[in-house]
Design a protein around this ligand. Structure first.
Ligand code: TRP
Length: 333
């Protein structure tokens, strides 16, 4: 059976972009499809690459709960998948070390996540962890021989690196120890604009957090950038970000109605924003309630994650043992 695996970093509450492009499609793939087994994990070790002080370390743990609560609020069925915390399965870091030793330095130096940080590198603000980020990600995937990897477009290079590592390793060892993973891009909802029209992202601070209080959510939506057409003027539904977001979540008939209002004129951006806000509140009302419930019951989240981690760990340890054998190290189980 093929394995689908995906991870999400614990760097804050997942925003609407993460939810539409990764969480909702992955939950439905995981819950419906019996053709593959799914592994979904919280990449808390990856979050550590930006550690600044003890406060950030604590925040990672808290964020882990927020991520778990989001997946569960969106209906992830934990009887159907392995849902775990990356840091609970320590074999992954050992495998990452082996990959570190096999992979050429120059190739990794070309990875975009690292290359784009030149200024920070000069100031000594980039950790070795950030540099080897793609290696740990390859270990996440290859440890379980996962084949289908749902990710956002920005992660394609990382999957390519994982494929290269698998190939390298297989060649050096002379055996097909690792299967090559494939990125899986969810076609629908691939580009989710943030409030400034650029891709919604935590680091750009242009995100919409559907789990915020009504008031803050409204503020975020009100900050969506528009042109300065007056209420009376006709507007272009194809280029406007409010319309774009609305069409990612609303049903066809509602989208058509809004489009017509744009084209006709006499419909202001303020009204469109209110419509978007109200639709988000309506559409995600049950998820918002569940999220609050889980966040109030962190011991339940811990329990769920520990159960998942135990299962993941037993599979991972067995695989690692097999890899260790090929490297002439002693058995650990
Ligand atoms: N790097 C991914 C992101 O930022 C998270 C991640 C870590 C991941 N390990 C993974 C995704 C393995 C898929 C598979 O979104």
């Amino acid at each position: 059976m093929e394995i689908m695996l995906t991870g999400i970093r614990s760097t804050g509450t997942p925003h609407l972009g993460n939810i539409l492009s990764v969480i909702i499609p992955s939950v439905s793939m995981s819950n419906k499809n019996t053709k593959h087994s799914s592994f979904i994990f919280i990449a808390d070790l990856h979050s550590m690459v930006q550690i600044e002080n003890i406060k950030t370390i604590k925040a990672i743990k808290d964020n882990t709960y927020k991520i778990a609560a989001t997946w569960l609020a969106f209906g992830l069925n934990i009887d159907n998948c392995l849902f775990y915390r990356q840091s609970d399965v320590s074999s992954v870091t050992e495998l990452a070390w082996y990959f570190n030793c096999f992979y050429p330095y120059q190739r990794l130096a070309l990875a975009h996540a690292f290359k784009n940080e030149n200024k920070k590198i000069d100031k000594g603000k980039i950790s070795v962890g950030l540099f080897t980020y793609p290696i740990l990600m390859a270990a996440d995937i290859l440890l379980y021989n996962a084949k289908i990897i749902p990710v956002g477009k920005d992660q394609l290079q990382h999957i390519e690196i994982a494929r290269r590592i698998a190939n390298f390793f297989n060649k050096k060892i002379g055996q097909k120890l690792f299967i090559l993973p494939n990125a899986f891009l969810h076609k629908k909802n691939m580009f989710v604009p943030g409030t400034d029209g650029k891709k919604m992202s935590k680091s750009q601070k242009n995100y919409i957090n559907i789990f915020s209080s009504d008031e803050i959510l409204k503020k975020q939506i009100m900050s969506i950038r528009t042109d300065n057409k007056s209420v009376e003027e006709k507007k272009n539904p194809e280029t406007d970000y409010i319309m774009h977001l609305y069409s990612l979540i609303a049903p066809m008939d509602k989208i058509e109605i809004m489009k017509k209002k744009y084209i006709k004129g006499g419909y202001g951006y303020y009204e469109a924003k209110i419509a978007l806000y109200e639709y988000i509140i309506h559409k995600f009302s049950s998820e918002r309630k569940k999220f609050i419930y889980f966040m109030k019951n962190k011991s339940l989240l811990d329990h769920i994650l520990v159960l998942g981690s135990r299962k993941a760990k037993s599979i991972a340890d067995e695989r690692l043992n097999c890899i260790r054998k090929h490297l002439n190290f002693n058995s650990i189980i």
